[in-house]
Ligand binder design. Sequence first.
Ligand SMILES: Cn1cnc(CNC(=O)c2cc(-c3ccc(F)cc3)cc(O)c2O)c1
Ligand SMILES: [Mg+2]
Length: 214
Amino acid sequence: TQSTRPQRLLSAVQKNATRGNPRSVVRAIDEFCRHKEWAMNVGDEKGCILDSIVSEVNPVTVLELGTYCGYSTVRIASLLPPNAKLITLEFNPDFAAIARQVIAWAGLQDKVQLVEGSSGDWIPKIQEQFGINTFDLVFLDHWKDRYLPDTKLMEKCGLLRKGSVLVADNVICPGTPDYLEYVRSSPCYKSQYFISHLEYTKAEDGLEKSVFLG
Ligand SMILES: Cn1cnc(CNC(=O)c2cc(-c3ccc(F)cc3)cc(O)c2O)c1
Ligand SMILES: [Mg+2]
């Protein structure tokens, strides 16, 4: 039977990256996507911007919406302090199965909790299920039409506190116009656009960093 692109991406990690070395896993995926097959990882250019924001926030609790193959999960988790926890939600079970193996290859499984299911179902249950009150950092990289409803849901569930930082991928391509309008016009957020390119291409894209003001 034919392999899928996520399966071929995982094979490239297992072939080219060193177990327990997150940087080599990130490099192996970027090489695969640049030279073999494009895939919708945040990529190295936006990834470096994400790294700088994660390092600045130094979060103890992180929520990632949209795991895909675990590329940004590995980038973020590799920068976290020892006691920190990253919860990543993935709707697609095939992506989740690949991501678990990528995260394990990087040796980061103890910092990461991958949850399969829809963000809309899971966001209201996170506090009771995982003993987390609020998130220091949220990385939005799932279905683009879910960024705004899920942000409003996180507000409603009290998952954001004064100073919580939201980082949103793809705000230009494919684009998240309703989300951008909201975080840029709402008095509850201080937003900043980091211009970049769509992963592995010359097309414009960028990350929007939004600080919740409470
Ligand atoms: C199926 N599915 C499971 N998760 C998701 C959520 N992610 C995306 O949709 C996504 C899409 C693109 C993209 C695709 C085609 C294109 F021409 C240009 C951009 C880039 C990204 O960085 C993304 O995060 C989709
Ligand atoms: Mg993305």
